[in-house]
Structures are given as C-alpha cells and as structure tokens.
Design a protein around this ligand. Structure first.
Ligand SMILES: Nc1nc2c(c(=O)[nH]1)N[C@H]1C(S)=C(S)[C@@H](COP(=O)(O)OP(=O)(O)OC[C@H]3O[C@@H](n4cnc5c(=O)[nH]c(N)nc54)[C@H](O)[C@@H]3O)O[C@H]1N2
Ligand SMILES: Nc1nc2c(c(=O)[nH]1)N[C@H]1C(S)=C(S)[C@@H](COP(=O)(O)OP(=O)(O)OC[C@H]3O[C@@H](n4cnc5c(=O)[nH]c(N)nc54)[C@H](O)[C@@H]3O)O[C@H]1N2
Ligand SMILES: [Mo]
Length: 775
C-alpha cells in the first residue's frame, strides 16, 4: 500500500500565540515613583503620534469631562465636583491614542495579508494597523477577509443562529467596554433568542469579588465613594498595581496621604507606582518631587493573602483581649453581623506558624498592621484587584478581607469600606444591565413583563464553560460584543480549538486582534464606533451611559469624527442582529430603539431598580449614584445581616523546584491590546517575553539574568509549555514568579478555576523553569 504524498503546501493554521522571537530587551533599574514628566511626555507621544495634534487635542479636552466621554481605560471614578482641565492619565491617553488613530486597516490591507500571515505577527503589530473601517467576511475555507455589506453580514448571522439545533448553541460574549444601552439590548436579544449564554470578561476579572461580597454584605459591588478616601485613616492596596492600571487613583491616594492617611501595600512585587507619586499636574511633580505613598509594604507570597488577612484577624482578637472594648466594634458586630463567634473560634484555632508560612509575612509585621488598623477612628478602606481575584481561593480570600472590616465596623461609615477596583470602564454597568449567565429571577421576571416574553430560566455558560462547550461540541456560533476572547481567556491552544470548532465567529470590534484570526468556519468582523466618536442616529446626536467602580452612572458622548462612515454604533449593530435573527418572533422595535437612546433608557428604567427618571438624572452633570444596601447597612443576605463565613484556610503550595506564576500587565498594554513594548516603572524596555523571578531562585536554578528559559505549567498530571522567555531577577518573595498576560495564557489550565466564581486562576499557575531548549 502506498501512502499518500503530503500536499506540497501543508495548510498552516493561523497561530493562536504571538511569535516567540525577542524584540531586543533593555533592562534598567525599577523606578521609585510613578508619573511625573515622563508620563506626560509618553501621553503626548502616543496621542499626537497616532491621532495628530488637532484630533489628539480635541479628544483629550473632552476626556472624562462632564460634557465629554468616559475614558475607556479603567473604571476609576471621576471627581464628583471639581474636574481638572486634564482629567486623565498617561494610560488613558494611550487608550485614546489607540482609538483616535488615523491609521486604518482597510480592504486593501486585508487583501494583502492572509489570516495566517497576520497571525504570524505580534499583538503589538496587529494593534498598530489601525481602526477597522468596514464589515469583513472570511468565507469557509477562505484565506483572506473580504468586504461584505452590513445587510449581508446580519443575514449571515441570522441564518447561522437560526440553524442551530438549540438556542443554547449560541455563545454571546461581552467585554466590559460596551455601553449600558448596547449591553441592555444585547442581553434582551440573547434572552429572546432563548438562552442565558452571556459569558463576559467579568468572569475572568472581578467575578470572585462579586461572589464574595454578595455572600458577606449582600451586594456584589464596592461600598465606598471617592470622597471617603479623604477621610480614611488607613488605605490598604492589595493585589493591585494602580500606577499602571488605575493611575488616577494615585492622585486620590496622594490627597489622602496629605490629609494624614496611611497607605499600606500588599503585593509580592515591589511596584514603583505604590512607592511614590509625582503628580503630573503639580509643579513639584513635574520637577520630579514625589509624595511618598506607602508606609508599610508587605511583600506577601503569591496566593498568601488569605493567610495574611487571617493573621490580621488573629492579631485584632489579641489586641481586643489586651484592651477589651477598645479594638472590635461590639455594637456593629451585634447589630449588623452574624456568624462572628464561629469565625473567631476558627481564627483562634489557626496557628501563627500556618499564617506566617502561608503568607510569607512575619508575625510582627502583621501585628504592626493590626495596630494601625485598630488605631484612630478605624476608618479603613481596602482596595483590591486581580492580585486577589484570580486564585483558587479568591472568594474565601476576599471574604477574609471583609471579615476584618466587619470586626472593626469599618463599613457603611465615612472613610471606611470595601473597594474592589474594577477594570474595564463599564464592566460594572454591563452586569447591572443583565450581562450575566445567571441573573436572579427578579430581573428575569421584570424583563419578561416589560417585553412580554418568557425569558429562559436555566443558567447559561460563563467564560470557562463556554470554552469547554465549544471545544466539546462543534458547530456553535460565537458572537463577541467587543474584547478579544482568544487572547484574554486561559489555555490559549485549547481555546483556539474551541473557536475553530464553531460554525461562525463574529466580533464587534474597533481594532484588529487575534480573535479575528483564530476563527470558526466562517468569520465576521463588525466594526463599530469608539467611545471618543460622535454617534448620530436619525440625524440626532446620541450619548451613552456607563457605571464606574463606585456605582456612579453618568453619560459619555464622543466628539471626534468617526474613523469611517461605514461604522455603526454598537447599539445599532446589536439591534440589527436582533431584528434580522428574531424577525417575527419579537415585538421589540429594535432599530427604533437604537435610533434614539433615550428610548432604550426608558426601558432600562422600567426593568432595573435604581434608574428612576434615568433620562433626566443622567443629564445632570456628573450623573447619579445607584443605591448600595451595604453602604446604608441594609444587607441583602439570607440573615439580613453582614455575614462572617468561616472558610478553612488554604493556599496553593508548589512542590520543591516549582514556582507560583502570576500573569500580569505591563505598563504599555490594555489587557490584550499592546500599545508598546516597555514596562517603564519596572525598568523593562523593548521586550514582553520575560519572566520575573527572585534573584536567589534564579541563582539556584543556575540561570543567568537575561538568559532564555522555557516555562512548563503543571496541572493534574498535564503539562503546558511556553517557550523562550528571558529570565529577569526582580524584588519578590522566593518561590514566586511573574510574566505578562496574554503571552503566558497558554500556561493557564482551563480547568484550574476559583471555587464558586469559576474565574481562571491566572495569578496562581504552578510552573517549573528550565534553560530554553532552543538556546
Ligand atoms: N493601563 C491599563 N489599565 C488597565 C488595564 C490594563 O491592562 N492597562 N486593565 C484593566 C482591567 S480589565 C483590570 S481588571 C485592571 C487590572 O488591574 P490590576 O489588578 O492592578 O492588574 P494586574 O497587572 O493583573 O496586577 C495585579 C497586581 O497584583 C499583584 N499580585 C499578583 N498576585 C498576587 C497575590 O497573590 N497577592 C497580592 N497581594 N498581589 C498579587 C501583582 O504583583 C500586580 O501588582 O486594570 C484595568 N486598567
Ligand atoms: N492570564 C491572564 N488572563 C487574563 C487576565 C490576567 O490578568 N491574566 N485578566 C483578565 C481580565 S481582568 C479581563 S477584564 C479580560 C479582558 O478581556 P477582553 O475584554 O476580552 O479583552 P480586551 O483586551 O480588553 O479587548 C480588546 C479588544 O476590544 C476591542 N475594543 C476596544 N474598544 C472597543 C469598543 O469601544 N467597542 C468594541 N465593540 N470593541 C472594542 C478591540 O477590538 C480590542 O482588540 O482578560 C482576562 N485575562
Ligand atoms: Mo478586568
């Protein structure tokens, strides 16, 4: 028998991972403070370089102003009262530069490059190609995207969706930049189509915070407002790198420090942005004088926070025993909480050695912190982000943070409370609008009543469930309202197979990314307006609304000329998909709603509590706060009280020779969007394929700094490999490691998720490191 000869050109699948080459690293020493003149120069470079001076200045003048548009870079709130003429940060400016760019990925561009060729380029290169300007279709078996009309695009989506064996074979992803109006219509469409398959980026982000807080204080959102910071005695910044990811938070921290607050950082890495801050809008800051931010820096082990907060609770109990009635807030505990006795017993049973081993922090350091928290007015604010949420025990860890607040009564009074710092600028609003695979019945009842239909009740897929479902059963349809599903999710190669198994993948996007290249049998790019752009419907200017991290709902109106006259607003794209797909099965006047966003807001008001007089109140400068029970000390928990949850102490323990890898952001990226190749504060230039390790650990491995290494992750007998990363010694605890997302996502096992929230454990990946095989 003769075997068939291989075809001359074996078809090459487009690469799911960015190329493994290095870009030419330069390592300097990490900074001692964030912002200052380099930040201002970097902002202007990005904005004027991409958008030109006129368009760039036009955009910056409206950024975060009450009559302008909301910065798409993070969810940190804007001041309620006074706004500076430049109410933005370096990284907000980069986000605007990326959107306002005059570069365009036109039909000629797509004719020039096959998807395989595009996928061989880096994420940075893809980002540099500019705005998507017209709908594009990749036909089955096609190698190149080709232009398609909007009508045809909606027709393809409706045909594919209506051919599915069940509505549950549709997967409808949302990234947290979608406006309230687009998100509300989207979830309505998906539920009228017949499924709750609404995975969103939150599933990979603050889902753990939502789960933890819902159970302890009855609301899955933070309880503080911006003005609380000026009244706080102590502000904990835990598992968060605000210098890069929420730079405007540094002005808030600086103001608090000047009023006498102590800021305490809990982070395995020394993050320069937490050490000091040079306010770019103050003369002293521009001259390089920095305000010292942190008074205590606890270099916790990766995944050691649950042990640390258990330790704080233990130290508080000891202080209370020494001075009864002085430390714990007895009245608060009695009136507003339940479960304290049981929790206190558990804390007493936890030994100091378990706490110190688990956290990597000495008992004296923890006791010192406890004394600080218990001193003064006990006005404590705890802020946290991905350093807490992306671990197996994330929910229990965040509950442990909450317990400390409950013991001190540091909740629902000025200067005190819980502050999960959200990522995407409207991720919190999207959830309020119903982007959730398991919305409560009260929401579904009301939605059904207002729109006269029976919303499906069975829960849908979250992100991880969606990946597995697409992987296991081919033939699904995936629609992404923004985002970059392939690169943002864990286990890149596994997710790539999942997407390739789909009949159709369609992405509503502004910029080119890897999810456009790793596709289903057919694929669509649906280009939309960005937030900075004017949105006219039926000749009338429209605005959208968003909700920030502190539950302020406010308007956002772009002022730039759109990158192309073929772009549609996200809201209109959703409406047209719905109209084409549901046809006669719906009585919702989709395109009529999308022609006047006030009409959508009327429907939001009818369905969702807290939006009374929405259209009127949102037009007031600065918007309005949504109600927050926990802030008012009314707790929507089964016991109607804030609830202590006695979780057994746990942590991920790598074996000897293994490390615990966290995947994090560099200074020059927004999630999967790579603006540049530098990580200025950490002293890294021109390279992303790096792994930070403790210098002693590196020496122990016999690996010299800057040598290439291969990283293998270990999970239940499986291994995953990421090749050719440069080893960088960095100030961090032994046994811990760090590498950038999304390059390291290939190492995150799809099955390794947080208990309850099902969030991928992107901050605790067990790895081994060895000299690169190719070196
Ligand atoms: N410029 C810019 N802004 C952004 C983003 C961006 O990519 N770029 N992304 C946005 C989004 S969606 C989000 S969610 C936020 C993310 O904001 P962050 O959560 O600040 O982002 P990460 O880079 O993931 O940083 C996690 C921090 O946690 C620390 N850490 C890691 N593991 C642990 C641990 O076990 N314990 C503790 N205590 N700390 C740990 C890391 O050292 C790092 O300082 O930022 C938002 N804003
Ligand atoms: N390993 C690891 N993985 C992670 C994380 C981590 O820390 N480590 N963090 C996780 C977190 S916190 C998050 S939030 C997710 C992020 O996951 P996603 O939200 O899916 O990813 P982004 O990179 O923010 O999406 C970028 C794309 O959004 C599109 N876009 C930008 N602006 C707009 C717009 O206005 N409208 C529309 N429709 N599209 C737009 C652009 O095409 C751009 O390429 O990633 C998660 N993945
Ligand atoms: Mo996020």
């Amino acid at each position: 028998m003769s075997s068939r000869p291989a075809p001359p050109h074996e078809p090459v699948l487009p690469a799911a991972q960015p190329p493994e080459e290095h870009t030419g690293i330069h390592v300097g020493s990490p900074s001692h403070a964030a912002a200052g003149l380099p930040a201002v120069l970097s902002s202007l470079n990005h904005v004027f370089g991409q958008a030109g001076v006129v368009r760039g200045t036009e955009a910056l003048l409206k950024l975060n102003q009450k009559n302008g548009f909301d910065c798409p870079s993070c969810a940190w709130p804007d001041p309620d009262d006074h706004r500076a003429p430049a109410e933005f940060c370096e990284n907000g400016a980069k986000a605007i530069a990326a959107e306002a760019t005059t570069r365009k990925a036109t039909r000629d561009f797509f004719a020039r490059y096959s998807i395989t060729e595009l996928a061989a380029e880096s994420d940075y290169w893809l980002e540099q190609q500019g705005r998507l300007v017209e709908p594009m279709l990749l036909e089955a078996g096609g190698t190149h995207y080709k232009p398609v009309s909007w009508d045809q695009a909606f027709q393809i989506i409706s045909t594919e969706l209506n051919q599915l064996p069940s509505p549950d074979d549709g997967v409808f992803y949302t990234s947290g930049r979608a406006s309230n109006e687009a998100a509300f219509l989207y979830q309505l469409f998906v539920r009228q189509f017949g499924t709750n398959n609404l995975p969103d980026c939150s599933n990979m982000c603050h889902e753990s915070s939502g789960c933890a807080l819902k159970a302890t204080v009855g609301v899955g959102k933070g309880t503080v407002r911006l003005d609380d910071f000026a009244q706080a005695d102590t502000i904990l910044v835990v598992g968060q790198n605000p210098g890069t990811n929420h730079p405007r938070m540094l002005s808030t921290l600086q103001a608090a420090v000047r009023k006498g607050a102590k800021v305490i950082a809990v982070n395995p890495l020394i993050e320069p942005g937490l050490l000091g801050f040079k306010h770019p809008q103050e003369v002293s800051g521009m001259m390089g004088l920095s305000t010292k931010l942190t008074t205590q820096y606890l270099q916790v082990k990766v995944n050691g926070d649950m042990a640390l907060f258990r330790g704080i609770a233990k130290a508080l109990l000891a202080l209370e025993e020494a001075s009864p009635g002085k430390v714990l807030d007895d009245t608060f505990l009695r009136q507003h909480t339940t479960g304290f006795a049981e929790y206190a017993t558990l804390v007493r049973q936890t030994s100091w050695s378990e706490i110190v081993d688990g956290s990597g922090i000495a008992q004296e350091e923890i006791e010192k912190l406890a004394r600080q928290l218990a001193g003064g007015q006990k006005r404590v604010i705890s802020c946290w982000a991905m350093g807490l949420t992306q671990h197996r025990n994330a929910v229990a860890t965040i509950q442990e943070v909450t317990h400390v607040h409950l013991m001190l009564g540091a909740l629902g009074r000025p200067g005190a409370g819980l502050c999960p710092v959200r990522g995407h600028s409207n991720v919190q609003g999207d959830r309020t609008m119903g982007i959730f695979e398991k919305m409560p019945d009260a929401f579904l009842d009301k939605l059904g009543q207002v729109f006269s239909f029976n919303p499906p009740r069975h829960h849908g897929y979250d992100v991880v469930m969606a990946i597995k479902a697409m992987h296991e059963s081919p033939g699904k349809v995936f629609i992404g309202l923004g985002g970059n599903f392939l690169s943002a999710t864990p286990d890149t190669e596994f997710t790539a197979t999942a997407l390739r198994n789909c009949h159709l993948t369609a992405q509503v996007s502004t910029k080119l990314n890897r999810s456009h290249l790793i596709t289903g049998k057919r694929a669509l790019i649906l280009p939309c307006l960005g937030r900075s752009e004017m949105d006219y419907q039926s000749g009338m200017p429209q605005f959208v609304t968003v909700e920030d991290s502190m539950s302020v709902v406010h308007m956002s109106q772009g002022n730039l000329r759109p990158a192309s006259d073929k772009l549609l607003s996200e809201t209109m794209i959703v409406a047209r998909i719905a109209e084409a797909t549901l046809a006669k099965q719906t009585s919702v006047p989709w395109t009529q709603l999308a022609s006047n966003y006030d009409l959508i807001r009327e429907k939001i008001e009818a369905v969702i509590p807290g939006f009374e007089n929405f259209n009127e109140r949102v037009r007031r400068p600065g918007g309005f706060y949504l109600p927050n029970g926990a802030r008012e000390l009314t707790f929507d928990t089964p016991a109607r009280k804030a609830t202590f949850i006695a979780n057994a102490l746990q942590s991920v323990q790598p074996e000897p020779g293994q490390f615990l890898l966290q995947t994090l952001r560099s200074h020059d990226q927004f999630n999967t969007t790579v603006y540049g190749l530098h990580d200025r504060y950490r002293g890294i230039s021109n390279e992303r394929r790096i792994i930070f390790l403790n210098p002693e650990d590196l020496r122990g491995l016999g690996i010299l700094p800057l040598r290439p290494v291969d990283i293998t992750s270990h999970w239940q007998g499986q291994t995953r490999l990421a090749r050719n990363f440069l080893a960088i010694p960095y100030d961090m605890p032994r046994g811990s490691a760090a590498a950038y997302f999304p390059e390291a996502n290939v190492l995150v096992p799809v099955d390794s998720t947080a208990e309850q929230s099902n969030t991928p454990t992107s901050k605790s990946v067990i790895i081994t490191v060895a000299p690169a095989a190719s070196a």
